[in-house]
Write a new protein. Structure first.
Length: 137
């Protein structure tokens, strides 16, 4: 199921998400000299594009790896994909599994078994026409 999953998450939302994550820890919130601009360009070129949920998750992973901010890059992009999953009408156990697996993929810590489980769960969801986001794209 292709849709513009990340459309609501403009670059300004990404910046604010990172700022909010840095605040409680008094961590410095500022762009990195190397990763910020390439990440911003990548995000802005693709975030409104229709893609599969796997592709949206991978875009978040790639942006995390580019490290646009001094702190909490992984948390920033994990928060985004978890918000995307939260908008799906899923059974609580499916939602929890999908949030966890997607978060691990974005953070780059998913084991091969988790990557396989993520792909299988996405396949099952794609085969179910009743699974739709609660919010319009």
């Amino acid at each position: 199921m292709k849709r513009a999953w990340l459309k609501p998450f403009t670059w300004a939302v990404i910046i604010e998400t990172n700022r909010q994550l840095c605040l409680p820890k008094s961590a410095e919130h500022k762009p990195t000299s190397d990763g910020y601009e390439p990440t911003r360009q990548l995000w802005e070129s693709l975030c409104r594009t229709e893609m599969t949920l796997a592709e949206a998750t991978d875009l978040c992973r790639r942006c995390h790896q580019l490290a646009p901010f001094c702190n909490f890059n992984g948390n920033t992009f994990v928060a985004v994909i978890r918000r995307v999953v939260a908008d799906l009408r899923l059974a609580p156990d499916q939602a929890a599994a999908l949030r966890s697996l997607a978060g691990h993929v974005v953070a780059g810590i998913a084991t091969p078994e988790e990557q396989t489980a993520f792909a299988k769960l996405l396949d099952r969801l794609a085969a179910n026409p009743d699974i739709k986001p609660d919010t319009p794209s």
